[in-house]
Design a protein around this ligand. Structure first.
Ligand code: PNS
Length: 171
């Protein structure tokens, strides 16, 4: 690596947007679009958490995220199964992005951000407030509506709507 390449690497600001994304909603996508404008590179990292009994497998969640962010060249989709800070070390990233919807999110988010900083002093968490029209939206709410065959077209991208229809068609 020459000096210029090395310099470029150091100047690249990489942020990680971690979550369950079961599935990705328009609220997540709004944060992804806005964060991708702020940071040089955004890694959307799906937690491979078997204990949460997700609707979509981690592979399905990653694939849906890849499809809905295909137009964003500085966004990478990945998964992790470890402590977030260990994954961040692997990625050489120090910044976490999280969306804040309502006051009710705050306590849990403060707990996570404080824990991550306790575990690694180099980690900083950046919060982006959600666009008001998505402030009520969550993956759980979307699944609840889709489970009873309600309309989710305004809540998720079309690829996710199709995937939800397929999942619940046989249930
Ligand atoms: O979308 P979610 O479920 O609110 O995301 C939560 C997530 C995945 C960001 C959080 O549970 C996490 O980072 N889990 C990995 C384990 C970890 O590092 N825990 C320590 C921070 S509390």
């Amino acid at each position: 690596m020459d000096a210029k390449q090395e310099n470029n690497q150091h100047n690249t600001v990489v942020a990680v947007y971690p979550g369950s994304f079961d599935p990705v909603t328009n609220g997540h996508l709004d944060i992804i679009h806005r964060a991708a404008k702020v940071f040089d590179k955004l890694v959307v990292a799906v937690l491979n958490n078997t204990s949460k009994n997700p609707l979509f497998s981690v592979e399905e969640r990653v694939e849906l995220l890849r499809q809905v962010t295909a137009d964003l060249p500085n966004v990478e989709i990945d998964s992790f199964r470890d402590l977030l800070i260990n994954y961040m070390r692997q990625k050489n990233a120090h910044l976490i992005v999280r969306g804040l919807r309502a006051v009710s999110d705050f306590e849990y988010e403060l707990q996570m951000a404080s824990t991550n900083r306790k575990l690694s002093e180099e980690i900083e968490t950046f919060f982006m407030t959600s666009t008001p029209k998505y402030s009520y939206l969550s993956s759980s709410i979307v699944k609840e509506v889709a489970r009873f065959h309600g309309p989710v077209a305004d809540l998720v991208p079309p690829e996710v709507e199709r995937a939800l229809l397929e999942k619940y068609a046989s249930r």
